[in-house]
Ligand binder design. Structure first.
Ligand code: SF4
Length: 695
């Protein structure tokens, strides 16, 4: 247990790791945090915490923190420590030179789902108003962008429908492509408690995740499908609902668009969409799929929770739509105990998306081409805005290699480690004339940076995070920024250096602007958060004071729920004799994403390397024993890891994590991405695995 002395005072804040957004009491001695205690009144966690939030916060004062701004002319030059003014002036001058020569769209920026709402709002404002381009994107691109598209198209807004507490009223829980006990542990515990009370569990996942047979829990159905066949599975489940008269006709008639429903019903009823027709593709016995569909439809309250195993596919958006279709057809949206719930990976994925971090949307998911909306922002921001959507990160990287994109401002994201096909990312970064990285540590992307701006941890700033249940909670400054400035202050300085005036004395003023311009945030204020602890958007005049616990109660946000066709298309990543196995990736309990924070804490004791999980049968065929080094080659690249033999894997499928830069899981993932949003297909890579000499 980390205890750095006796606390003298305490303040309330929010965990900076996963999308559960647990409330914590930071116990302080002077300006030093000595302990993080889960807040008993925190609405998202009710006094619980996991080993990340409770113990893995010492990265904030780790010796690797960069606390001085640095610049260099070329990426081969040594870094030179400079003042904030010199670093920001240098960055502004390089960006301006690029824009003068190559046009305003030759630069862009990335907001971070690790930063506060106020900070992401300011970065997208900087890009749109100061740079004059819509080339802004976010790390949510590579995780939950298909959620934005799929739920927006069907329900009318990109958000989970429930509170976490709602699971306590679920009778059937369908977990798809998520591993809540590792990735969202506090919600995972809540879910397990409900399952131990007797709720039925269906898991759709290629791996036998812990929930499948946790103590005193036994999944009624584990549909261990082959990676890349999600849409076949959801369509097969829908086929059973429709052909076995399991549709909630009254709900659909009252709440949903009739034409889209009839088109969808006719589509899924086709024989080629039956569980039997898809059996060879998914690898799951049709009888098992039929039984699972009947159980889901029987409820009476059935809730769906899904994760990146849904979104990070070439058909990620189609799968999100398929999930929404299924829930609407069975009448499982709009009350407690049901719903469609994306489990967001990072602490502020929901918030960064809400804040207009996508190139086609202003805050509140309003399209940039909407003249009325744009004029509201123009009036407050004082500049005309470009009505054309900008580039996504994938397009920015491609354009860098084409020579038309030259400068990137990257706040709080390590794209060289987290984005797929590392070779492509590094070549694109190397081709740029100005890369500005703002982060806590000299991350992988910083190898290609010309300016490094030290970031501030969540303990060093004020603001808000929005968790996966749309809950907006305060982040409170426990200690002064180690580098002297919080991230929002750096963005403000950069905007001013670029000639666009930005003046905020405190993040509260930024939130006032957000609330005035963003309908879903109308009614949100620091005073209300102080009084209530947290609120769930929407939180305006038409809702309870604390906001909206359950979305789409009387009607969907878009009016009537819309069904869309989910035509299954097999992944381009096919197994061949050369690449006979499918690799899928994920996370473990003690580590977090690229590990930049957790690897610098006590948590590294529990996990010191990424390993390749392989079924004993596949291992035996290749002469691989537990702990052997293995080479993993894909069409994109190759890497070396140690093997772990486990029957949690199905034969033909291997798995690894991406918490360590050296192992380079993303060296082997490919450029394949979601058709609607370009979210990378991290979850399906055809690979060859072979034993190699000790490494
Ligand atoms: Fe932090 Fe998520 Fe763990 Fe809660 S469950 S303590 S938010 S990492």
């Amino acid at each position: 247990v980390i205890q750095l002395g006796q606390p003298e005072h305490a303040l309330l804040t929010t965990c900076a790791y996963c999308g559960v957004g647990c409330g914590f009491k930071a116990e302080m001695k002077g300006n030093t945090v000595v302990r993080m205690v889960p807040w008993k009144d925190g609405q998202a966690n009710e006094g619980h915490a996991c080993i990340k939030g409770r113990f893995a916060w010492c990265y904030a004062t780790h010796k690797d923190r960069i606390t001085k701004p640095m610049i260099r002319e070329r990426i081969t030059d040594p870094w030179r420590e400079v003042s904030w003014d010199e670093a920001i002036g240098y960055a502004a001058q390089r960006f301006q030179a690029i824009q003068a020569q190559h046009g305003r769209d030759a630069v862009g920026g990335l907001t971070s789902s690790r930063c506060t709402n106020e900070e992401t709002y300011l970065v997208q404002k900087l890009i749109r108003a100061a740079f004059g381009t819509n080339n802004v994107d976010t790390c949510a691109r590579v995780c939950h962008s298909p959620t934005g598209y799929g739920l927006g198209q069907t329900f009318g807004t990109s958000a989970g429908t429930q509170t976490f507490k709602s699971v306590e009223q679920a009778d059937v829980v369908l977990v798809i492509g998520a591993n809540p006990t590792d990735a969202h542990p506090v919600f995972g515990s809540r879910l397990k408690k409900r399952l131990r009370q007797g709720a039925q569990l269906i898991v759709i996942d290629p791996r036998r995740i812990e929930l499948v047979n946790a103590p005193h829990i036994r999944a009624a159905h584990h549909l261990a499908l082959r990676p890349g066949t999600n849409v076949a599975m959801i369509t097969a489940l829908a086929h059973v609902i429709v052909t076995e008269d399991l549709v909630n006709e009254a709900y659909v008639a009252e709440r949903c668009d009739a034409k889209s429903f009839n088109d969808w019903r006719a589509f899924v009823a086709r024989p080629e969409n039956s569980p039997e027709a898809f059996e060879a593709e998914t690898g799951v016995p049709a009888a098992e799929v039929r039984a699972a569909a009947r159980l889901y439809a029987s409820g009476p309250n059935s809730a769906i929770y899904y994760g990146l195993g849904v979104t990070e596919h070439a058909q990620g958006s189609t799968m999100v739509i398929g999930i929404a279709n299924l829930a609407m057809a069975c009448g499982m949206v709009g009350r407690e105990g049901v719903g469609v719930n994306p489990l967001r990976g990072q602490n502020n994925v929901q918030g960064s998306c809400d804040m207009g971090s996508f190139p086609h949307e202003l805050p509140g998911y309003r399209h940039i081409s909407d003249t009325t909306v744009r004029s509201q922002f123009e009036a407050v921001w004082g500049v005309p805005l470009n009505p054309e959507p900008g580039l996504r990160i994938t397009n920015m990287l491609d354009a860098a290699l084409d020579g038309s994109f030259k400068g990137l401002y990257c706040q709080g994201e390590d794209i060289l480690q987290s984005d797929p096909n590392t070779q492509h990312v590094s070549a694109a970064l190397a081709a740029m004339e100005c890369v500005v990285v703002q982060d806590l540590f000299l991350n992988e992307t910083a190898q290609y940076a010309h300016v490094f701006l030290p970031g501030a941890s969540f303990l060093e700033k004020d603001g808000t995070f929005t968790n996966a249940e749309r809950r907006i909670s305060r982040v409170r400054q426990a200690m002064p920024p180690l580098a002297g400035l919080a991230d929002w202050q750096v963005t403000v300085k950069l905007a001013n250096a670029l000639g666009y005036p930005m003046h905020y004395a405190h993040p509260e003023e930024v939130m006032q602007e957000i609330a005035a311009l963003t309908p879903s945030f109308a009614g949100v204020s620091y005073a209300k958060l102080e009084r209530l602890g947290s609120v769930q958007w929407p939180c305006n005049d038409g809702t309870d004071e604390a906001g909206t616990a359950t979305m789409h109660r009387e009607r969907f946000v878009r009016g009537r729920g819309r069904f869309l066709i989910t035509q299954y298309v097999a992944s381009d990543e096919k197994v061949t004799r050369r690449f006979p196995l499918l690799l899928t990736t994920g996370r473990i309990l003690s580590q977090y994403n690229v590990g930049a924070q957790t690897r610098r804490t006590e948590n590294s004791r529990w996990h010191d390397e990424d390993r390749l999980d392989i079924h004993p049968h596949d291992a035996q065929e290749r002469g691989i024993a537990d702990g052997d080094w293995v080479g993993i080659a894909s069409r994109a690249g190759e890497t070396v890891l140690r093997a772990r033999l486990t029957e949690k894997m199905q034969p033909g499928v291997v798995y690894t994590t991406f918490h360590h830069p050296g192992s380079g899981a993303n060296v082997i993932t490919t450029d394949s991405s979601d058709w609607a949003t370009n979210c990378p297909e991290y979850k399906v890579t055809a690979v060859q695995v072979s034993k190699v000499p000790a490494h």
